[in-house]
Each structure stands twice: as structure tokens, then as C-alpha cells.
Design a protein around this ligand. Structure first.
Ligand code: HEM
Length: 122
């Protein structure tokens, strides 16, 4: 067998093996990893955090862990605590007496955002 043929074949396979190894060590795309791109919670997840010491609530399709804010909320504690583990959208929009929260309250709320509310398919 001519020497040039052996050298060419060996070079070819070394090159192919190199490509294969490079593919193995290449960084994975997001779709290939199991890291969730966005966190989503269901109403059942939210309902599991229904106490003042662990208080999540959903407001307009977003989920908030407001546990740390409860002691600072300006109303009587039971007014806000009643919404732990629940959808507080309407309560937040009305403060249960027909008045919206201020824009400062909206900005404060964003600091407690933990994820979107997962839409359940019908
Ligand atoms: C969802 C249940 C909630 C209810 C029923 C509720 C109700 C109330 C009430 C009765 C007041 C005091 C009276 C008034 O200002 O008119 C108040 C004030 C306030 N609340 Fe809430 N609240 C809720 C959730 C929250 C959350 C989650 C935040 C922020 C993380 C928040 C932030 C504030 C702030 C900053 C004020 C001072 C007034 C203002 O900026 O609008 N509240 N809320």
C-alpha cells in the first residue's frame, strides 16, 4: 500500500476525531440544559405559602414572596395577611376600600417578584 495513502487516511481520521471531541466539550445551548429560563408557579404552589411567616401572593399574573414586607405594611396586619397564598389582584387594586395602591407601592412590590403565574391549559 502506498505510504501516501496511509498518511492521508490517518490524517483524515485524526481530523474527524478532533471535530468529535470538540463537539463533546462545546458549551451546551440553553435548550440542551435543564436550567429553567423562566420560573413559573401555579396557584397550588402559591397556596402552599399561606402564612405570615411564609407569604406568597399572586397579583396580576405575577407571583410575589412578600413575607419580608408584611411587618412594614402600613395597614393592620390581618388586612394583608388574609391574602397570603391567594390571588390578591383585586385586593391590591382596591386596598379593599376602592383605592389603588400608589406607584411607589407598585415599585416596592416589584422587589418581591419571584416568578410568573403559570397559566393552566384548559
Ligand atoms: C393584596 C393585599 C393588600 C391589601 C388588601 C392592602 C391594603 C392596604 C391598605 C388598607 C393600606 C393602608 C391604607 C391606605 O393607604 O389606603 C395599604 C397601604 C400600602 N400598601 Fe398595601 N395592601 C396589600 C398588599 C400590598 C403589597 C403586596 C404591597 C407591597 C409589597 C403593599 C404596599 C403598600 C404601601 C406602600 C402602602 C402605603 C400607601 C400606598 O403607597 O399606596 N400593599 N395597603
Amino acid at each position: 500500500m502506498p505510504k501516501i495513502y496511509i498518511v492521508a487516511t490517518a490524517t483524515f481520521w485524526i481530523f474527524v476525531s478532533g471535530l468529535w471531541l470538540a463537539g463533546l466539550s462545546a458549551p451546551k445551548t440553553l435548550a440542551e440544559t435543564s436550567v429553567p429560563v423562566e420560573k413559573g408557579y401555579s396557584l397550588t404552589d402559591v397556596a402552599a405559602h399561606a402564612s405570615p411567616s411564609d407569604c406568597w401572593m399572586t397579583i396580576q399574573g405575577k407571583v410575589y414572596d412578600v413575607t419580608g414586607y408584611l411587618p412594614d405594611h402600613p395597614s393592620r396586619p390581618e388586612v394583608i395577611e388574609a391574602w397570603c397564598g391567594k390571588d390578591g389582584s383585586k385586593a391590591y387594586d382596591t386596598k379593599t376600600k376602592g383605592r389603588r395602591h400608589s406607584e411607589a407601592a407598585d415599585r416596592l412590590l416589584e422587589g418581591y417578584f419571584i416568578g410568573d403565574l403559570k397559566q393552566t391549559t384548559p
